[in-house]
Write a protein that binds this ligand. Structure first.
Ligand code: GDP
Ligand code: MG
Length: 737
């Protein structure tokens, strides 16, 4: 018979090191069927036995919260290894034993490799091995995987256990009166109905039902739907009861009691801290202050503000260089191409579109550098840790915060890398809820819109308004996440097992790589999709072209102006490109001509597909106070929020408006009868919440694994945004704004 021994344990406990030490070159790597989780197998010879060793993926628990957990558990159940060697990090016993308890509850033939014993010793952690073994009821062998120390003893213990059939007795942890009562009843029902009992222990099945383990619940439904329904009902009642009495969830009560159980074992003298009992390691010392309940949040705010400041002040100069570069390219095209559709396509479609996005690159790069710094130093994990309590209320996870910040949680990010950042979330539901709500953050492309409107309508309250918008977008994202988590992405929160890695001084190479990876994702957006989208947008805003008679009208107006002027003036205008050095008369003529040009641009836009759509939508958009001009700009925003301000400029016959210098647009809006502060507020709310830009939508669809989530994000967000904008506008009107 082939004897298989599986290595299991938390990530970073040293499984792979031990595996390599045991199998040497006799190993091969494949994938588990149907998933991208690596499967490593090899052989080890012990006293003439040939043992098949499998390195399981690292997991913190055995509930089906992540792919790794499912893979590891399925392996244990379907392949039934003769023994499981649970590799634990001796310097971090409390957390590592959590998984051990789960093996023991599951009734797996487990023995412990008390690995990294060297690190534990170094830190003055003295473990009474025989006592620990006795308390847990399993063989415990100290090892140092890196040097191979203890591996022979370990394999000997494992083989002995298999040969003597001397397996550990499954443990029965008490989970407090409420849970125990239901658990016992459920166990009874499971046993009497032979409910999945050929594969699992009855009590374990009951526990998994209480933990809302999807895989077991699905199996149960298939096996015997009546019993399954009964069990689910019991769990439901239990959850309500726990919520009422303890204001908590069954899952977290379970994990509390498990940790309690571990602590009682550790405190019974199995672990002693030798030397200075209060000796804290540098990281722990830093954490005393940094994640302190009082100083923690203050430090966090200061650091986040510092990041914001760093990003915006230092990126200013490079952002200007980029702008100048694209301005120069535009001028070059203008000078060398004959007027007409091609020139308009190259300037308005390609250079402006791509330039608008690439112009943000330095900003994005600085921000990602700052974020990488926080991440690589280990601080971001602390932020996630501190915010976890709040995020949990909304059905998210502490790690979600990272994605929000990258997306513009501190105004000025980008949802594209933000959506990518959700990869760090283990639970698929928390991940989905996070990636669907990150587009509500105030990304760098929404800022010019806000800046324009705030400067125009809420002068002297700029900082306050911007701060309020940040709060509104966070509140919106969190509430929508909560809404999603109780409707279409229902399911329990994953228990919080989060690494607080030791602080490290980041390496420059690491920072550079992280910064560049994220920046590159953003640049690709400009190079590929934005290019296509801005060409389409250009076409929508250009075709159908004005009828020849109208174009002729504008041309006639220009002719009339020119012929009314003195010849010298027109000559000066034709010869001189630099408006600053014109004589007064020439400058006046220049302005008049420009006005006609802009009126023509407005007419072209109104006549185009986009213009017609904007006009048609006016009947509905009136509810939120938006006129046809705003509608066109917002349609452009579906492609990329960067185009909103410039399109608004064209629609108000101001020519192309540079978002950085939108003074004339501000002036026009302030004097337009269609506009007032209430309209601006309603528009800001709409822009904040409506459809993610095209690239973000594509990313969402890709990361969520289905096109349907991309479509959902577009439709749901737009409906939500419109409802909010209408509410703001209508209520505002009612109370007299
Ligand atoms: P896995 O995630 O469980 O597969 O962990 P790895 O085998 O990749 O080990 C994580 C890190 O711990 C590596 O850097 C190893 O070199 C180190 N490591 C593993 N075992 C020991 C040990 O017993 N002592 C020390 N000091 N380091 C170890
Ligand atoms: Mg590994």
């Amino acid at each position: 018979m082939k004897t298989t021994i599986a290595l299991a344990g938390n990530p970073n406990s040293g499984k792979t090191t031990l595996f390599n030490e045991l199998t040497g070159a006799r190993q091969h790597v494949g994938n588990y069927p149907g998933v991208t989780v690596e499967k490593k197998q090899g052989t080890y010879h012990h006293n003439g036995y040939k043992l098949n060793i499998v390195d399981l993926p690292g997991t913190y628990s055995l509930t089906a919260y992540s792919m790794e957990e499912i893979v590891a558990r399925n392996f244990l159940v379907s392949e039934k290894p003769s023994a499981v060697i649970n590799v634990i990090d001796a310097s971090n016993l409390e957390r590592n034993l959590y998984l051990t308890l789960q093996f023991l509850e599951m009734g797996v033939p487990v023995c412990l490799a008390l690995n990294m014993i060297d690190v534990a010793l170094y830190r003055g952690i003295d473990i009474d091995v025989p006592k620990l073994s006795l308390r847990l009821g399993v063989p415990v062998i100290p090892t140092v995987a890196r040097s191979g120390k203890g591996k022979v003893e370990l394999m000997h213990a494992a083989v002995q256990m298999v040969q003597n059939k001397n397996y550990p007795t499954p443990i029965r942890i008490s989970y407090g009166e409420d849970i125990d009562r239901t658990l016992d009843e459920m166990e009874h029902i499971v046993r009497n109905n032979y409910f999945l009992t050929d594969q699992y222990r009855p009590r374990w099945i009951a526990l998994k039902y209480i933990e809302n383990d999807e895989q077991i619940i699905a199996l149960g439904k298939q096996f015997n739907s009546r019993t399954a329904a009964l069990l689910e009902k019991m769990v439901h009642h239990l959850a309500i009861h726990i919520e009422k009495t303890l204001d908590s969830f069954p899952e977290s009560i379970l994990s509390d009691y498990r940790y309690g159980y571990i602590n009682s074992i550790l405190k019974e003298g199995t672990v002693r801290h030798t030397g200075d009992r209060h000796r804290l390691f540098i990281s722990d010392k830093i954490d005393k202050v940094v994640v302190n309940r009082f100083s923690g949040p203050l430090i966090m705010l200061a650091i986040l503000f510092g990041l914001y400041h760093f990003t915006f002040s230092y990126s200013e100069a490079p952002v200007n260089w980029f702008e100048q570069l694209f301005g120069w390219l535009g001028d070059l095209a203008r000078a060398h191409l004959p007027p007409g559709l091609i020139r308009s396509l190259i300037i308005s479609g390609i250079i402006d579109g791509v330039g608008g996005v690439l112009g943000f690159v330095p900003l994005i790069m600085f921000m990602f550098f700052g974020i990488s710094l926080l991440e690589d130093s280990g601080y971001l994990a602390r932020v996630a840790f501190m915010l976890d309590r709040i995020f949990r209320i909304f059905g998210l996870h502490g790690s979600s915060v990272m994605a929000y910040i990258v997306s513009g949680g501190i105004a000025g990010g980008c949802a594209v890398p933000g959506v990518m950042a959700t990869r760090t979330l283990k639970s698929p539901r928390e991940r989905l809820a996070t990636l669907l709500t990150v587009p509500f953050m105030n990304c760098g492309a929404k800022l010019p819109v806000f800046a324009l409107l705030v400067a125009t309508f809420f002068l002297h309250h700029e900082a306050l308004m911007m701060f309020a918008f940040t709060l509104i977008s966070w509140a919106g994202a969190l509430f929508v996440a909560k809404f999603l988590r109780i409707t279409i992405v229902k399911g329990a929160c994953s228990p919080f097992v989060m690494e607080l890695p030791p602080y490290r001084v980041p390496t420059f190479k690491g920072l550079a790589i992280h910064t560049w990876e994220r920046t590159w994702q953003y640049i690709r957006k400009a190079g590929t999709i934005i290019l296509g989208v801005s060409i389409i947008l250009w076409a929508l805003m250009t075709f159908p072209t004005l009828p020849a008679s109208l174009t002729q009208d504008f041309e006639n107006q220009r002719q009339a102006l020119r012929s009314a002027a003195v010849t010298e003036v027109t000559a000066q205008l034709a010869a001189n490109k630099d408006t600053a050095s014109l004589s007064e008369a020439a400058a006046i003529l220049n302005r008049q001509l420009l006005k006609v040009d802009n009126q023509e641009a407005e007419a072209v836009l109104k006549h185009s597909f986009a213009g017609r759509l904007g006009t048609a939508l006016e009947t509905i958009s009136r509810w939120a106070g938006f006129d046809w001009r705003t509608n066109i700009a917002l349609i452009g925003g579906f492609a990329a929020k960067e185009v909103i301000v410039s399109t608004l400029g064209t629609a108000y016959s101001l020519g192309q408006v540079d978002p950085e210098h939108s003074g004339s647009l501000a002036h026009t809006l302030a004097n337009s009868p269609n506009w007032r502060p209430l309209v601006a507020l309603s528009l800001i709310i709409f822009v904040m919440f409506y459809s993610p830009c095209f690239v973000a939508t594509v990313c969402i669809a890709r990361e969520a694994g289905s096109l349907k989530w991309g479509v959902f994000a577009m439709v749901f967000n737009t409906v939500l945004a419109f409802s909010l904008a209408v509410a703001v506008f209508q209520v505002g009107q009612l109370i007299g704004f």
